[in-house]
Design a protein around this ligand. Structure first.
Ligand SMILES: *Cc1c(COP(=O)(O)O)cnc(C)c1O
Length: 385
């Protein structure tokens, strides 16, 4: 295989060449059904929910990028997450990281129990805590690393080893790292999930999800759900994602470079109480992250002294979009206590470090000096409060 940056540029397009017309962009096959040659000779595609050449090019590309057996494209990141959970059956138990993405939290706590699938939350930065949460019915260990919004780090190989002991599967949400910097399947994980809405697409344009499975058995199960449940990604969004993924590596690497500069800047600023960034040597789990990933990533969080100071800071910032989501070319500033984690009980939030002064910043592609100047003036204003 070529190096990952090359694979990002060419991976899906090579599939596009397959029709021998030589287009350098994968064609959009806007076709819900496909003509069959005869009664007993069916072609590769029959109906677009079951398979479409544009989506297939994307699915083959993400499978190659993650080094897995098969890739799947879904309508959203949550459709991808849900499809993976739907491979479980009644009576199965999940051990899941307690600082999991809010939508995943909702699916696991509100939907799966209705189908007899139970769960226990555990602190995945502590392998003993994960082991203690395992029951005789545990069929899945579910990770997200780095996690959101305090960038907690899970020891991927440690979790894979526990899963091997108990005969459970491991799934990992790799949204924050992308396969450029973290390749969980090579560490033994059974399925990797992405909200491709974030860094992979990267332009705050589409919502999309991707899954890559490690072996044929799980591939068949995820395919069965994708085709049965029908939450596959549409052709035009598949095309958009293929195009945007050609630049994911350069975008992510530049944003991550600036993120590490900003993290150091905030770490030295007197008004900032705490900085969460896995690329900082002082970050809890930094040494584990370094072992399994090649970047600190492009998202950081930090704490200001109070709600009022955080509010003054947000109102003074000029450059970023103030919104939910992350991973866009435009920097995105968000306030987890009222945005991504609003549904959580205040004491649960505090337990996870989501204080009233916590802000999350997803670094885009603006000039780093402009960003530092913007932070400087906004912190200055906030400190006068
Ligand atoms: C956004 C996100 C999701 C959900 O993806 P959607 O595309 O919004 O459905 C899942 N996991 C993580 C880590 C995310 O950031």
């Amino acid at each position: 295989m070529s190096r990952i940056e090359t694979a990002f540029v060419h991976g899906a397009v090579r599939e596009g060449y397959a029709d021998k017309k030589g287009a350098v962009n994968v064609p959009m096959y806007l076709s819900s059904t496909f003509h069959q040659e005869s009664m007993d000779e069916f072609g590769e595609y029959d109906y677009a929910r079951s398979g479409n050449p544009t989506r297939a090019a994307l699915e083959k590309a993400i499978a190659e990028l993650e080094g897995g057996h098969r890739g799947f494209a879904f309508a959203t990141g949550m459709a991808a997450v849900s499809a993976c959970f739907m491979t479980l059956s009644k009576g199965d138990h999940i051990v899941i990281t307690e600082d999991v993405y809010g939508g995943t939290y909702r699916f696991v706590t509100k939907v799966l129990p209705r189908f007899g699938i139970t769960h226990t939350f555990a602190d995945f930065t502590d392998l003993d805590a994960v082991r203690a949460a395992v029951t005789s019915e545990t069929k899945l260990l579910y990770m997200e690393t780095p996690s959101n919004p305090t960038l907690g780090i899970t020891d991927i190989e440690g979790i894979v080893a526990i899963a091997a002991e108990i005969g459970a599967l491991t799934f990992l949400d790799n949204t924050f790292m992308t396969p450029i910097h973290q390749r969980p399947i090579e560490l033994g994980v059974d399925a990797v999930i992405h909200s491709a809405t974030k860094f992979l697409s990267g332009h705050s344009d589409i919502v999309a999800g991707l899954v890559v499975t490690k072996d044929a058995e799980l591939s068949d199960q995820v395919y069965f759900i994708q085709n049965s449940f029908g939450s596959c990604l549409g052709v035009q969004d598949s095309y958009t994602l293929i195009q945007n993924m050609k630049t994911t590596a350069v975008r992510f690497n530049e944003s991550a470079r600036v993120a590490s500069v900003l993290a150091a800047f905030l770490d030295n600023h007197p008004l900032v109480e705490k900085v969460y960034y896995p690329g900082l040597a002082s970050h809890p789990g930094a040494h584990i992250h370094e072992k399994q990933s090649t970047s600190g990533g492009a998202v950081l969080s930090f704490t200001l002294p109070s709600y009022e100071v955080a509010k003054a800071f947000v109102e003074a910032m000029q450059i970023p979009v103030f919104a939910v989501s992350l991973g866009g070319v435009e920097s995105i500033l968000s306030y987890p206590a009222k945005m991504s984690h609003a549904a959580m009980e205040p004491e649960e939030r505090l337990k996870r470090g989501i204080t009233d002064g916590l802000l999350r910043f997803s670094v885009g592609l603006e000039n780093e000096f402009d960003l530092i100047e913007d932070f400087t003036q906004a912190l200055e204003k906030a400190s006068k409060l």
